[in-house]
Unconditional design. Structure first.
Length: 309
């Protein structure tokens, strides 16, 4: 594999003596989508802002296309695209004017007309940025991030606020960029977006990487689940014990939300029989029982917890 487009080694950053990023390390490679996932306050935004040269780390090393993003900011900006969630766009300018202006700053920009067509910008091309909806701003911000043909692009919540058609257009463009050799660093709260797009995933919590790997690696050994929906409060510890005893394999069970239970293990006829035994013993009527593989969201919640922050 070629040298990474982004290297982060032992990055630390504190605010008012409180560590926000704690010896975090990660890499992103050309021709890959690298997703950085984490709950609010996990440190991922600060990490990405340090990589973009917007914040100065307390210690550690960052190399963006071999450059220090702070000391060599001008050279890095010519080769790196940045999409911020709030856009950072001039509110009084019209959408197409902003995109066209940014394109003139690069030696070999992408076709503005092509981006307008690909991302459906024509309908609001003459609208000022302040009057754009959240989804429209997202599409404009994405166009601005990629118009300079970057070798590395940071995408922050690219699908936030988008309808299904717009989200599909964004995903197609991200895949196209990846296939042409661009290194993409994606931060998102949408687990299905990460699962569909990412070649590699870093899960960050409390300022550190708590898991990394491909989606397949993170889901390995965790592919299956039984989902039970009922109006009765149930003891998940009993479910895990019955399933483990009756199947001869390890099971765990969690209450996803009131009345919704997820049972994780190898789904077999014996496992389904044990599930119904659990319900009969509890005198509970299930509204629905379904099976399926576990998702990246399941793994994310296991790693970072289910408590609101």
């Amino acid at each position: 594999m070629s040298n990474p487009a982004l290297v982060v080694r032992d990055l630390t950053k504190s605010y008012d003596g409180r560590p926000v990023v704690d010896r975090l390390s990660m890499e992103a490679h050309a021709g890959q989508v690298t997703a950085v996932l984490g709950p609010n306050g996990a440190g991922k935004t600060t990490t990405i802002e340090c990589c973009e040269g917007l914040r100065t780390p307390d210690s550690g090393e960052i190399r963006v296309l071999g450059m220090d993003p702070a000391a060599e900011a001008s050279a890095a900006r010519a080769r790196v695209g940045v999409m911020l969630q709030d856009g950072g766009l001039p509110s009084g300018a019209r959408a197409l004017e902003v995109l066209t202006h940014v394109s003139t700053m690069y030696a070999r920009p992408r076709s503005v007309d092509d981006l307008v067509d690909r991302l459906g910008l024509a309908g609001f091309a003459g609208t000022t940025v302040r009057r754009l909806s959240g989804g429209q701003r997202q599409r404009l911000a994405l166009a601005i991030a990629v118009v300079g043909r970057p070798e590395l692009v940071f995408l922050d919540e690219p699908s936030a606020g988008l309808d299904p058609q717009s989200r599909r257009a964004v995903w197609d463009l991200v895949r196209e960029l990846r296939d042409t050799g661009v290194a993409i660093v994606l931060t998102t709260h949408l687990m299905d977006e990460a699962e569909n797009l990412a070649d590699r995933v870093y899960v960050v919590d409390h300022g550190s990487v708590v898991a990394e790997g491909t989606t397949e690696q993170l889901l390995a050994g965790r592919e299956q689940t039984i989902r039970v929906e009922t109006s009765t409060g149930l003891d998940v510890a009993i479910a895990a014990s019955l399933l483990s005893q009756d199947t001869g394999s390890d099971w765990n069970a969690v209450e996803e939300s009131p009345g919704v239970y997820l049972l994780h293990g190898e789904v077999t006829p014996a496992a389904l029989r044990a599930t119904t035994t659990w319900l009969v013993q509890a005198d509970a009527l299930a509204h629905r029982i379904s099976t399926g593989r576990r998702t990246l969201e399941d793994v994310f919640l296991e790693l970072t917890g289910r408590t609101l922050r």
